[in-house]
Every structure is written in C-alpha cells, then in structure tokens.
Design a protein around this ligand. Structure first.
Ligand SMILES: [Zn+2]
Length: 370
C-alpha cells in the first residue's frame, strides 16, 4: 500500500505527494524513474521534492488516502540493464584507453557516457566494446555490498568516493572487473544484459567524447530497426550494404555536378532570352517580366536592360530595379494586393495571390503617386 498525504491539480496535471513512496524518482543518480499504477491512476513521472517526500505525476485525479500500487517491473529491468551496462562500458574504456567517465545520462531510448578523451578511434571503440561484451557473456555475478567507508576504499573503486557519501557505502561489484559506489538499479548477473552496443559518438566540450549506447532489449530492437532501414536502402540503391557508402557518395557527386550544370545552363538561357522577354511601358518606365524557371530568374537581374525586372518565382514576385525605389513600390503594392514582403532600393520581393494583370495595374497606380 502507498499512502498519499496530499493531492492537487495544476494546469490540468494531477499530483500526489507521499512520504514513503516505493517509486524511484526520475533523475536520481542520473537514472530514469519508475512508472506504474497508484490505485486507478497511471504514474507518468516521479520527482523527489526533498529527502523524504516524493511527488507523483498522475494521469487522473484521486483522493488522498491509502492505495494499492504496482511498479512496471519490465521498465525497471530495462533501467537496471542499461545502468549495469554503463558500469561495464565505463570500466572497459578505463581499462583499454585509460579514459575516465566524467558523466553519465540515461535516456528513454539510449544512454550516454562522457569520456575524458579528446578523440575516439574505431580501434579504441572496438576494443572497449569487446571487453565489455566479454564480461557480459561471462555471466559474472553483480554483487551489492553495504560496507563502511574505509572498507569501501580498499575495494579498488573505479571512482574515488565523493564527500557527500555517508559512513556506509553501497558498492556495486562485478567480479574482479569493476567496483563502484552506486545507489541505482542493477541486474544480478551480467549475462542478463545480453549485449551492449555503442551506436554513435561525438566530440563535445573541448576534450570530451560522448558515447551513445544501448543494451539488452534496446540493442535488439535497435538492431531490428537498422536491419529494416538498411534493407529498404539497399533496395532503393540497388546495392549491397557493403557497397552502400560508395554508392551514396557517387550519387551525391552526381547531384552536385548536375546542380552546377543546371546553374550554368540557367545562366546561358537567361542571357539568351533576356532581350525577348515580354515588356510593358508604364509612364516613363519600361518593365520586363519573367515567369518560368526559378534558376533562370536568379540570373536575369544580371542581364536585363529595362528599368524594372519582375520575375514570378516559387517565393513570390522578385523585383530588381535600375531606376526605381523597389522598397517604396513594394510597400505600396503590399497594401493594395494584401501581400507581404519588402526589400531594399534595388531588390525586393512580394508575396501575393494576385496575378500579373492585377500586379501591373497596381504598379501603374503606384507610379502615378510615387
Ligand atoms: Zn550503478
């Protein structure tokens, strides 16, 4: 039974406070919190308010009082799996690369450790990963020892004890492989983890490397997902997984070359057509109009010979002027044609649903008042 001494609602969320909650809080020791049920309500999040009080975020309102509860054991096992895998991975990096773990974060989908190493090579990664998986496969017992501080210090702990830790220390000991002070959930035997796999890594904050990993069921579902994605890519690219990187690099090269060819052709075309584009004389101004390829429109400002060039593009009407104040003109048109846009004296753009006819007649009116 769990006793809820206080419940309240805030902004559509329901909260319940208890002095003796069996639910492990989110974020404590860098870990994920428990989920489960209290009476009829689902527990969505768990926060530690102070030393004794735990706040539960619930999906519905319930009265204060005593309730049956249940904790999601499969989630707790997953947390224990990821967390024990972290102990093993941290110890492996320390043994194989002398890289210390400076911090650790457990997420709902993957977890990370931040290593005190400026660069992680493929060789170093493979070595640490294989040492970690060897310990997992060896089915070594994970012992939880409650010992006095001075006894704990004799256990060759991976990390020095923090000042905050009291007289009695909870040490997690994985055979002779690793010992560290920790209060979280752990599996009883390394074999329960099954596998640990690093899925990504990146350089962070100067000289640290962040390593992303998954273990146990998470590793298996990550593997399934990758197999699915690779299979789809392999079909699309008509290539085997081994050849995929080369194939994609070739495709990217090809796309770059084609983009640059299109650019050159667009410039050639804009030079060829610029003197044959439709024109309209309004008052003293000659206006050139273009509607077609945006790529061509992007080069026309370089080559047109009238007072004002207007190109209709996917991003709206693009104005380029030689003898007119574009920004004043667009400000006027914006209002008349309920559009948006702006720009400087020489260039500007206008977004409006209006067609050429309405645009030109509005320009005629604008030039009359400008
Ligand atoms: Zn731990």
């Amino acid at each position: 039974m769990i006793k809820l001494k206080r419940v309240y609602e805030e902004n559509g969320n329901f909260f319940a406070v208890s002095d003796e909650s069996p639910f492990y809080p989110d974020g404590k020791g860098g870990q994920l919190g428990d989920r489960g049920k209290i009476g009829p309500a689902n527990v969505l999040k768990v926060h530690q308010i102070d030393k004794d009080q735990i706040l539960h975020v619930l999906d519905r309102s319930i009265e204060p009082g005593e309730y049956d509860y249940s904790i999601d054991e499969s989630r707790r096992f997953d947390i224990a799996t990821q967390h024990t895998a972290q102990h093993i991975l941290s110890a492996s990096f320390l043994k194989t690369s002398q890289a210390k773990t400076v911090s650790f974060h457990m997420g709902e989908e993957f977890s990370t450790i931040d290593l005190d190493m400026p660069q992680l090579t493929m060789e170093a990664l493979n070595e640490a990963e294989s040492v970690a998986n060897r310990i997992i496969k060896s089915c070594t017992e994970v012992q939880i020892l409650e010992v006095e501080r001075n006894e704990a210090e004799k256990l060759n702990l991976r990390k020095a004890l923090s000042e905050k830790i009291g007289q009695t220390v909870r040490v997690v000991k994985i055979g002779d492989f690793d010992a560290s002070a920790c209060a979280g959930f752990h599996v009883k035997n390394t074999g329960e983890i099954g596998i640990v796999k690093v899925i990504s890594w990146e350089k962070i904050k100067g000289s640290l490397t962040r390593v992303y990993f998954v273990a146990g069921e998470r590793a298996l579902s990550d593997y399934s997902e990758r197999v699915f994605v690779l299979r789809e890519l392999s079909k699309l690219l008509t290539s085997s997984v081994n050849e995929m990187v080369d194939r994609v690099e070739n495709l990217i090269d090809k796309i770059r070359n084609q983009a640059s060819l299109i650019n050159r052709l667009a410039e050639e075309l804009s030079k060829t057509i610029v003197d044959r584009l439709p024109e309209k004389q309004i008052g003293n101004y000659k206006i050139t109009m273009y509607e077609g390829f945006d790529e061509v429109a992007s080069f026309l400002p370089k080559y047109f010979n009238s007072d004002l060039l207007i190109c209709k593009t996917a991003g709206g009407y693009q104005f380029t002027s030689k003898n007119l104040d574009c920004s004043r003109l667009i400000n006027y048109l914006k209002e008349k044609l309920s559009g948006s846009g702006g720009g400087g004296a020489k260039h500007g753009s206008l977004k409006t649903a209006a067609g050429w006819q309405d645009l030109l007649s509005s320009i005629e009116k604008a030039l009359g008042v400008m």
